[in-house]
Design a protein around this ligand. Sequence first.
Ligand code: C5P
Length: 309
Amino acid sequence: MTEAVDPADEVVRVRVPAKINLSLRVGPVEDGYHRLATVFQAVSLYDDVTARWQREGETTVIIRGREAHLVGTDHTNLAWRAADLLRQRCGGDWGVALTIDKNIPVAGGMAGGSADAAGTLLACAVLWDLDLDPGELRELGAELGADVPFGLAGGTAIGTGRGDVLAPALTRGTSHWVLAMVGRGLSTPEVFRRFDERQPEPPEPEVSPELMAALSSRRPADLAAVLDNDLTEAACDLRPELAELLELAPRVGALRAVLSGSGPTVAFLVADEAAAVDVHLRLKAELGSEVECRRVHGPVPGARLLQTP
Ligand code: C5P
């Protein structure tokens, strides 16, 4: 005879990666959002979302980590909204207590909030035993935010529309990066507003064929040559020290540096794992303790289960 499991003891844990943008092309505005053509890569910097049963219909959120104080724990938190959306759409009155161990910088341009929402969708779907396939979860994710579907998918992908229409990109090998995670976040709407001021009529955004060729080449130098982000000047206007940070790449031995999303995180592409160790040390020496630097690699998978009931 098997013992009945008390639902209160059921725990699901999901690990979900940060993203960087290898390329971000920004086009005209449609329904309040700029049309994008971007290439995302999921990298080995993760938030962990733990979901436990609790009273009917109730969602609570606890955030742990260095930047926990910067994140709301109510309906302003995208993870809270993810649980709420899933509950509404699947027509249940389940409750969940979420604990999020945050390592992805807050407002850093690495889709940390979206990662938590992606992790929550997967964790709650398993905890509540819902019959949803990955495509359905991604559709729900897109309702929460443009970067949420990529948090579920991971890997390397081309994003169009608002960045939420995904197509997997063929890549070979692993890319090594050193991230410089500048402490104070940048506001995404502000960066887009500055972009509009600088460029009121941008052309239709496209992922270049050179970038697609570079992704399937094993040579990091090929990828370095095509990294780009249309929000760079706008972000540098708002935070001039970012221009200096981007220019550090040759001095610290990196192949190239690129702004991730709307910033302020800057990703330094390096030749291999050994180079990452050197560049990491040099960047830390240049930047001091103000800026957190991390070695990561990509692509890595999207949200995945670490623990199930
Ligand atoms: O994606 P998220 O909801 O965080 O975006 C916040 C704001 O950034 C949007 O309300 C919009 O003002 C701006 N944005 C944009 N175009 C995008 C993404 C964001 O104009 N593709």
